[in-house]
Ligand binder design. Structure first.
Ligand code: ADP
Ligand code: MG
Length: 611
């Protein structure tokens, strides 16, 4: 909490620096159009000065400056209209909302009152001789008096508040290092130098490696980098530079898997630098994870994490977007900017997707590594809203294939389908090995059909949600009908009596008993038919769903197996024993399907009584 309050207060510096940068921009423009001004870009700078004794922080610029009327107009009327109301809101608002409010009300300058209890602005308009001092304690009002300033430009002098209960709450703003950090964080890419006196160790005379002697000297240093990495041409940036930027910005030592420098000139112009991380952040799949790209407007940070720039399913992407077509107070002109953000986000989505597709084609191993990190996010989003994002995601998902002995795309599966094959077969279970042992997979394997093995619960839900891929329906091998020729079920007339006996014995526990054509070596299996599958039944049980969700239980019997022969023979001569055999078959089927045996001790007792 403390942190988030800081985060919101600290944006005041960004606001003041951006005003200074705007003011310089204006004079730059004037210099461009009027040669008599005689100023060059390199003449401009923003200075930060700390006076610890007076407890002031001053932001100065040599930009256009303000006349008396402008001071009154810009810092007086506009900023303070409805200021009482504004202040009330600020005090009530907590956490992230503060910053948003500041944006919404367009009171960039006013935000400085979050850290200062008194502000003076000394300004001299370019081309005028007099300077003026505007001063205010906040919402109560302001005064303007004549002042002097050597040259044109503006000094904004903040009298920093005393610390409250929290240690260093405001004092941090009259210390070099925290200010330096804030400039780096929010204003690193402002296009004019931001300079500040910083303490540097200077070696003293007589200092030796054995006996080093240093003194601290203050020197002016330019803090900001000015030309951001994403503004430089990608052919001129070394891969190490991108990687170093990534590591420094995101505190992640793992080299990013992909770096995407993007530069667009069009209806909305922007530069972006995106990264696909080399590993998922530790908190990625938790609520603590905060997605979003940093959004800049001409080098000034507007939003730390703008979530609107990429769809949820690509929220693992880190990076920055910088567009001159966005104004600083992004929420103020929400409607208009909404459109620009939307254009950018659509374009970024395509870029990321394109990169992933390229990886799928050229670097399959790399894609599988990516999928291990972030495939779960793609799957979660594929499931959202009943599979509404199927089109966007289905060609990025990988599933385990029994014939490929590895991961496959659905498009690849479909391209390998046999001519007579109606369905995309899948089987779910706890592990690949357990699934491979399912008797229901036998007949398909014998016929050389490919089956997707889905050990991840989510995979089965995806199959269920998608229903089809490229017009081919998904079908669980645990379902009744596999659509094979010859058909799954045999002509049952031959075995009717035996099947009926089993059905009667297991009445209330199985819904149907059928002669299966798909079992080869196994005597029995359980299938669920269309509808709820066993996996879902187990899932809903696990999450403690109130209403019991139960799959249909169809007991499929291998009528060629000696076990069925025995029941068929015994049901007339020793019906008690035949009934016990039925129990054995049923319980075996439950076990194979991964369902609990209903009465384990009764079952083992019964088994032993067979000897
Ligand atoms: P915004 O920057 O969105 O206009 P602010 O509250 O940040 O709103 O600033 C209000 C106005 O005050 C600016 O539009 C500008 O005209 C004037 N202003 C603020 N700081 C400076 C400065 N350093 N130099 C010149 N004008 C300034
Ligand atoms: Mg401003």
């Amino acid at each position: 909490m403390v942190n988030s309050i800081y985060t919101n207060k600290e944006i005041f510096l960004r606001e003041l620096i951006s005003n200074a940068s705007d003011a310089i921009d204006k004079l730059c423009l004037l210099a461009l159009t009027d040669p008599s001004v005689g100023l060059r870009r390199s003449d401009f700078e923003i200075l930060l000065a700390i006076d610890k004794e007076k407890r002031t922080l001053t932001v100065s610029d040599n930009g256009i400056g303000m006349s008396e009327a402008e001071l009154e107009e810009n810092l007086g009327t506009i900023a303070f209209s409805g200021s009482a109301n504004m202040r009330e809101k600020l005090e009530k608002a907590e956490g992230a909302e503060d910053a948003q409010l500041i944006g919404q009300f367009g009171v960039g300058f006013y935000s400085a009152f979050m850290v200062a209890d008194h502000i003076e602005v000394v300004s001299r308009r370019y081309g005028e001789d007099e300077a003026h001092r505007w001063s205010s304690d906040g919402a109560e009002g302001f005064s303007i008096e004549p002042a002097s300033r050597e040259k044109w430009g503006t000094d904004v002098i903040l009298h920093i508040r005393p610390d409250g209960e929290e240690k260093d709450e405001y004092s941090r703003y009259v210390r070099e290092y925290p200010i330096y950090k804030l400039v780096k964080k929010y204003s690193d890419y402002v296009r004019f130098p931001i300079r500040m006196l910083l303490p540097r160790p200077k070696e003293l005379e007589g200092s030796t490696p054995e006996d080093p002697k240093f003194e601290e000297v203050y020197e002016y240093e330019t803090i900001n980098s000015m030309v951001p990495l994403w503004k430089r041409r990608k052919t001129e940036v070394k891969p190490e530079e991108y990687n170093r930027f990534y590591t420094e910005t995101y505190s992640d030592e793992t080299v990013p898997q992909k770096v995407l420098p993007i530069s667009v000139d069009g209806r909305v112009s922007y530069d972006a630098l995106l990264f696909i991380p080399g590993k998922a952040p530790a908190d990625y799949y938790s609520d603590a994870f905060k997605p979003g790209l940093s959004l800049y407007s001409s080098g000034i940070l507007i939003q730390d994490r703008c979530e609107e720039l990429l769809p949820d399913y690509f929220n693992f992407v880190r990076g920055v977007v910088d567009s001159p077509d966005l104004s600083l107070n992004i929420s103020r002109e929400m409607l208009q900017q909404g459109r620009e953000l939307k254009l950018i986000s659509e374009h970024l989505e395509k870029k990321v997707r394109g990169e992933l597709e390229k990886m799928l084609k050229d670097d399959r191993e790399g894609y599988e590594r990516f999928f291990k990190n972030f495939g779960r996010q793609l799957k979660l989003c594929a499931l959202e809203d009943y599979g509404a994002k199927q089109d966007q995601l289905q060609d990025l998902l990988l599933f385990w294939s029994n014939t490929q002995k590895g991961l496959t795309l659905l498009s690849e599966y479909v391209s390998r389908m046999k001519e007579d094959q109606k369905y995309i077969y899948y089987a779910s279970g706890d592990t690949i090995e357990a699934i491979d042992r399912l008797p229901q997979t036998e007949v398909l394997k014998d016929g050389g059909y490919e089956i997707l093995y889905l050990p991840d619960k989510m995979d089965e839900f995806i199959a269920d949600m998608f229903r089809k891929y490229a017009d081919k329906p998904f079908r669980s091998v645990l379902d009744g009908d596999l659509g094979l020729t010859p058909p799954d079920k045999k002509d049952e007339a031959l075995y009717r009596e035996g099947l009926d006996f089993i059905q009667k014995t297991l009445a209330g526990r199985v819904d149907e008993v059928v002669a299966s054509a798909r079992l080869k070596s196994h005597p029995v299996c359980l299938s669920s038919g269309d509808g709820i599958t066993f996996e879902m039944e187990r899932y809903f049980k696990a999450i403690g769903q109130d209403m019991p969700v139960k799959a249909r239980r169809i007991l499929e019997i291998n009528t060629d197996h000696p076990a069925f022969g025995a029941i068929d023979r015994l049901m007339t001569v020793d019906p008690d024993k035949a009934k016990k055999y039925c129990e054995v078959l049923y319980n075996q089927a439950l076990l194979i399907a991964g369902l609990p045996i209903e009465d384990p001790s009764g079952y083992t007792d019964m088994l032993c009584s067979l000897w």
